[in-house]
Design a protein around this ligand. Structure first.
Ligand code: G
Ligand code: G
Ligand code: MN
Ligand code: NA
Length: 256
């Protein structure tokens, strides 16, 4: 209950921050986008990771204002960075969405407003949906996602391969990007089954004209295997951990 009271206060006092993890084109090493990941800067307890407060935020409905802030802040920050970059190579920003947000009828309007206020083109925004979100989908889920897609926003399935019917979601929902779960990437070098499944997911993506992003790349060997397997994009500690806005700025615009 203390945590709940603290969380209510955090919403009012703006105690949240975003970290940005680079998403890299595996063959060229070019940064093509950033995944926005929330942190709670608690005044006494320090930084609280999302797994320690997102479930409570979902139960209490506080994820709605928090998630809206994430969306607006990520769009604002990405637009600011893109204004300083070569306009031929805009960065995308990926935002994680909770099922509770998807159940809000005004979500498509909120997304449209975040884009309009920031000036970020819809094509530069990616919304990440977990398989657990899709497994419990409601009748309204498909309609909501179609409305968001109509804006020009892309949809990614996060943690792909860990759910109960990953292939069924690809038929039902208008997805653009598959994020290969870290658990496959972890074992790609030393377990033939994991390697075969990873390559299978990459080929599935190719057959359906979807981009594939490998999550949790931690070493050179995993990078080589995935690049040789024609995985297009990746993220992970091998490239960079989730970075503060200041550290991201330094990475994108190095000052000698
Ligand atoms: O950032 P970490 O590094 O700890 O993220 C842990 C989990 O929290 C991930 O599964 C991620 O999807 C989730 N997460 C991070 N930021 C957000 C957010 O802004 N909204 C939601 N709903 N989940 C988030
Ligand atoms: O939304 P999602 O569940 O995909 O969030 C990504 C999570 O994975 C975040 O908690 C992020 O901090 C974490 N992460 C990103 N790269 C790596 C990595 O290379 N290794 C590990 N262990 N975790 C990572
Ligand atoms: Mn994610
Ligand atoms: Na993931």
């Amino acid at each position: 209950l203390q945590l709940e009271a603290d969380l209510r206060r955090a919403v009012v006092r703006h105690e949240f921050e975003l970290r940005y993890q680079p998403i890299v084109h595996l063959r060229t090493g070019e940064i093509t986008g950033l995944e926005a990941l929330i942190r709670w800067q608690h005044p006494e307890r320090g930084v609280i990771p999302p797994l320690d407060f997102i479930p409570l935020a979902e139960e209490t409905g506080m994820i709605v204002p928090i998630g809206e802030w994430v969306l607006r802040e990520a769009c604002r920050q990405a637009a600011t960075w893109n204004a300083r970059r070569d306009s031929q190579h805009p960065l995308s920003v990926s935002v994680n969405l909770s099922a509770v947000q998807l159940d809000q009828p005004n979500l498509p309007a909120v997304v449209a407003s975040a884009l309009a206020n920031s000036g970020l083109p819809a094509t530069s925004l990616i919304i990440e949906l977990t398989e657990s979100l899709l497994v419990d989908h409601r009748d309204s889920t498909l309609h909501q996602l179609e409305q968001i897609k109509k804006l020009g926003v892309r949809l990614a399935i996060d943690d792909f391969g860990t759910g109960y019917s990953s292939l069924a979601y690809l038929r039902r929902f208008p997805v653009d990007i598959i994020k290969i779960d870290k658990s496959f990437v972890d074992d790609v070098g030393d377990e033939p089954t994991a390697a075969a499944l990873t390559m299978g997911i990459i080929q599935l993506g190719r057959a359906l004209s979807l981009s594939t992003i490998a999550e949790g790349i931690e070493d050179k060997f995993q990078l080589t295997e995935l690049t040789d397997g024609n995985c297009e994009l990746g993220q992970g500690y091998y490239f960079a951990e989730p970075l503060t806005d200041i550290a991201t700025d330094e990475l994108l615009f190095p000052t000698g």
